[in-house]
Design a protein around this ligand. Structure first.
Ligand SMILES: [Cu+2]
Length: 173
């Protein structure tokens, strides 16, 4: 489908009040938590969080949303954190009908004017060989390394073991 047709279809769907599940989800993400945690140059980081782990958990995930307000594509090339011997950038992908995660060795492209969401079930940071457990409520410093924006330090807020968003986005907090 061409972009033009897509937008024509979207306009029609909106005019007819037809639900557009994928787009409505994207729109929801763009209206929630629009106060960035960190802004460096054209890159803004929204809603950084992680999940509490059990005492001997080997790994943990890191989640956040990256907005590139610039005219040029950027790339999240790597990340590092003191809590982890190695921090990788992962994606979830279906292989032979099974959902698996795998490392993105080339990192993650952040399109010009675009947003890339790292969230449970999708792209995520992966703290391999955790050096200490993550405790709910603490802040976990992480350095993100971008091709153009350079290093961006961000603190992930540790939610509960099943948190699916940053605690400061939750009602009542
Ligand atoms: Cu992973």
């Amino acid at each position: 489908m061409t972009l033009k047709l897509f937008f024509a279809g979207l306009a029609l769907a909106l005019a007819m009040q037809v639900p557009v599940p994928v787009l409505s989800q994207e729109r929801a993400m763009q209206t929630v938590d629009r106060v960035p945690a960190v802004v460096v140059g054209d890159i803004s980081i929204f809603g950084p969080f992680t999940r509490a782990t059990l005492p001997n958990a080997p790994v943990a995930g890191g989640f956040l949303s990256i907005v590139n307000s610039g005219d040029e594509v950027d790339r999240l090339v790597s990340a590092h954190a003191a809590i982890s011997g190695e921090t990788q950038i992962h994606e979830m992908a279906v292989e032979s009908g099974v959902m698996k995660m795998r490392q993105l060795a080339d990192g993650l492209e952040i399109p010009a004017g675009g947003e890339v969401v790292l969230a449970p079930g999708g792209y995520h940071l992966m703290f391999m060989s955790l050096l200490q457990p993550i405790i709910e409520g603490e802040r976990v410093p992480v350095t993100l390394v971008f091709e153009k924006a350079g290093e961006i330090r961000v603190e992930l807020i540790a939610g509960g073991a099943a948190a699916d968003k940053a605690a400061n986005q939750m009602p009542g907090h």
